[in-house]
Design a protein around this ligand. Structure first.
Ligand SMILES: [Zn+2]
Length: 70
């Protein structure tokens, strides 16, 4: 689940929150919806997840470990 870091435009409070697609985040201090999104931790991790899968999870038809033995 994505985690976003926000800075409140109304009071300047900075916080991280889990955000679902159907929800609009608001400041946890003053409840203002006027927020600047600062960072997506989820997006930063996506690039690492795109690395080639280690042997055993690559779906080789010979079974787990087969691709490294050839
Ligand atoms: Zn605020």
């Amino acid at each position: 689940m994505p985690i976003f870091e926000y800075a409140c435009r109304a009071c300047g409070h900075e916080f991280e929150t889990l955000v679902r697609a159907t929800e609009t985040p608001s400041c946890e201090r003053c409840a203002s919806p006027a927020l600047d999104k600062k960072l997506s931790v989820f997006a930063a991790q996506t690039s690492a997840d795109a690395e080639p899968a280690p042997c055993g999870t690559c779906g080789h038809p010979g079974g787990p470990g087969s691709c490294a033995l050839n």
